[in-house]
Design a protein around this ligand. Structure first.
Ligand code: ADP
Ligand code: ADP
Length: 226
């Protein structure tokens, strides 16, 4: 059963750049698909269109059969984690996570429950009162992930979330995120230009070039026929 359907989506930027060129992809429920490709191949633009941060020039995006192509981000069942975490530094960890729930008018005790559960999930139980600038880079990215997950999105969108971290931490977080993704069975699109990252995390890999799919397959097949 595919949850996310991207059908013939294109994106032209002013000046004529064709960032994404009639791209189509079906993502199954609970699947983690990596978009892999060199810089400029359109990965980020594609992800941003799924998240609602960029409007497609043409094509259709549906989630569970519902057309979301032109909905604003806050009305989509998606959660996005960016390369630089963009946490609210004037708020503590708890308030960063509670913010979206408050907008949804979630009750106080339910907010506390959900925030504590998700902090536990990302390995930051007890960190609620910390100021975000007191956290390490890895911890900040865990908070960014938690802030998306606490809103229980149907689709998780990760745009090179480990890019600013050192190699060792990247490898650790890669495993953690894969583990969380499988535990929650959350459908995930993951953008990376790192082949290792894609090979170790993905159920399927889409190799992108010039806004199009160059190859799409399971990691072991992509690895054998790169
Ligand atoms: P990737 O994520 O694979 O590095 P991007 O999606 O960022 O690729 O970029 C794809 C192409 O679109 C590139 O040629 C890039 O320069 C161009 N592009 C991306 N964003 C914009 C923008 N806001 N305005 C104009 N061109 C853009
Ligand atoms: P990361 O967890 O991102 O790898 P570090 O390698 O800096 O971060 O920290 C390793 C562990 O040390 C963390 O998991 C945490 O338990 C603890 N730690 C890190 N920063 C702090 C801090 N500011 N205050 C208390 N404990 C911390």
């Amino acid at each position: 059963m595919s949850v996310l359907k991207i059908s013939s989506v294109s994106k032209y930027f002013p000046g004529g750049t064709k960032a994404v060129d009639s791209f189509s992809l079906d993502v199954a429920d609970g699947e983690l698909v990596c978009l892999l490709g060199p810089s400029g191949s359109g990965k980020s633009t594609l992800l941003r269109m799924v998240g609602g941060f960029e409007d497609p020039s043409s094509g259709l995006i549906t989630i569970d059969g519902e057309d979301i192509t032109h909905l604003p981000p806050e009305r989509r069942p998606t959660g996005m984690v960016f390369q630089s975490h963009a946490l609210w530094t004037h708020m503590n960890v708890f308030d960063n996570l509670a913010f979206g729930l408050k907008l949804r008018r979630t009750g106080k005790s339910e907010i506390r429950e959900k925030v504590e559960a998700v902090l536990d999930l990302v390995g930051l139980a007890g960190y609620g009162e910390r100021k975000t600038h007191q956290l390490s880079g890895g911890q900040q990215q865990r908070v960014a992930l938690a802030r998306s997950l606490v809103l229980e999105p149907k689709i998780l969108l990760l745009d090179e979330p480990f890019a600013s971290l050192d190699q060792h931490l990247r490898e650790r977080l890669r495993e953690e995120v894969r583990d969380i993704q499988q535990r929650l069975k959350i459908t995930t699109l993951f953008v990376t230009h790192g082949q290792d990252e894609a090979l170790s995390m993905a159920d399927r890999i889409v190799v992108m070039r010039d806004g199009r799919t160059e190859q799409i397959d399971r990691p072991d097949v992509v690895y054998r026929n790169p």
